[in-house]
Write a protein that binds this ligand. Structure first.
Ligand SMILES: Cc1cc2nc3c(=O)[nH]c(=O)nc-3n(C[C@H](O)[C@H](O)[C@H](O)COP(=O)(O)OP(=O)(O)OC[C@H]3O[C@@H](n4cnc5c(N)ncnc54)[C@H](O)[C@@H]3O)c2cc1C
Length: 331
């Protein structure tokens, strides 16, 4: 019996699928089949699948909502674990007891890594806690969010990593679980250390602060949603921003207006809005988005990405770097 059959036997024949079409599991609606596919419905599922994959040495990738990836047309010739382990709870408070009762200043929220960031934001706002509301309507899970350090208004320092206290990670190479502090991630713009180590986020604890008015918090969060809907394409298959923003030194060198580091601005200046390769197209609304107009393939998206990179290099001497992650074989 090969290792894939052994995995099925360990985890449950009826819960592990062969040749699952990954386009059904990505926001881009693009991607070939996974050799094996397993949906982790809770934390126990996630841990058992990771442990079994490690033991059997099966190449494994964990996906969240598939909102930040391009899966190759050939798919992935290993195990894909779709992480739907979604559980949020209040894990503790910080504050003092006075005559009026408990005066809570801050709280800790624990979330399993398949929790949607949108759910995390709602939970936190509903409890009257501030700090995670900018994640309202940001697609994706806590695990995917920590890998890229999900953010909204960067100039206002709105990064998921800023609110993280600690996490539990699984190391696919050693099969070990470890408890780590937030500093382990070495968060910066679009970066966390797990991009290099490949460790899997299992659970995370966030710190949030009490706020005077829950209503004001909802208003602030909804204003973010309104702005996002104004700026970004809505209701069409895409994977969010394709490229990371440029760095401050390049913005200075190119004297961008107000020293913007927006890669969307650069692609717009290159005159590439609306450019098409097959069914893949640079959005007319936000140039850092590539849209799947219906039947786009990963090869077409990749060709368009490379075309944009070449233009940025030859025109502005810029090395654009992808924000999305590539899954599978792109040779
Ligand atoms: C319409 C649209 C708007 C967007 N707007 C924003 C925005 O405002 N701000 C922003 O920051 N992003 C935005 N994004 C991008 C996306 O929301 C984030 O990158 C998000 O963090 C992706 O999470 P995910 O669970 O979907 O990750 P996936 O796409 O599933 O995975 C991305 C990477 O993370 C890895 N991964 C997934 N789960 C785990 C885990 N548990 N442990 C370790 N690695 C894991 C995957 O293997 C892959 O390498 C947008 C995307 C879309 C489609």
């Amino acid at each position: 019996m090969d290792k894939y059959q052994q995995f099925k036997q360990k985890i449950g024949e009826l819960r592990v699928f062969e040749n699952e079409d990954l386009s059904k599991h990505t926001y881009f609606k693009i991607g070939g089949p996974a050799k094996l596919f397993f949906e982790a419905k809770n934390i126990e599922d996630l841990k058992s699948a990771l442990e079994a994959a490690n033991e059997l040495k099966i190449p494994t990738v964990v996906i969240g909502a598939g909102a930040n990836m391009l899966v190759s047309d050939a798919g992935f010739s290993g195990l894909v674990i779709k992480n739907k382990a979604s559980e949020i709870k209040l894990a503790g408070f910080k504050g003092s007891i006075d005559k009026t009762g408990r005066s809570i200043k801050s709280a800790f929220i624990s979330a399993t890594s398949g929790t949607l960031m949108n759910q995390l934001a709602r939970f936190s706002i509903d409890q009257g806690f501030e700090g995670l509301e900018f994640l309202l309507s940001v697609p994706g899970t806590v695990g995917g969010g920590l890998k890229i350090n999900a953010h909204y208004q960067v100039e206002q320092n709105q990064f998921i990593g800023n609110q993280l206290v600690s996490a539990i990670l699984f190391d696919l190479k050693t099969g070990e679980l470890k408890n780590i502090e937030a500093s382990y991630f070495e968060f910066s713009y679009d970066h966390s250390k797990i991009q290099e180590t490949g460790e899997i986020v299992v659970e995370a604890i966030f710190k949030v602060q009490t706020t005077k008015s829950k209503e004001e918090l909802w208003q602030k969060a909804m204003e973010g949603v309104r702005l996002r809907n104004e700026e970004q394409p809505v209701g069409i298959a895409c994977s969010g921003c394709i490229f990371r923003n440029i760095n401050h030194e390049d913005a200075l060198r190119l004297a961008t207006p107000n020293l913007t580091t927006s890669t969307g601005y650069i692609i717009d200046k290159l005159g590439l809005k609306g450019t098409k390769i097959g069914d893949a197209q640079v959005s007319e609304k936000h140039a850092n988005y590539i849209l799947n107009n219906g039947k786009a393939t990963a090869s077409e998206v990749l060709e368009l990405i490379n075309f944009i990179k070449e233009k940025a290099k030859s025109t502005y001497d810029l090395e654009l770097k992808e924000e999305i992650f590539y899954i599978g074989d792109f040779k």
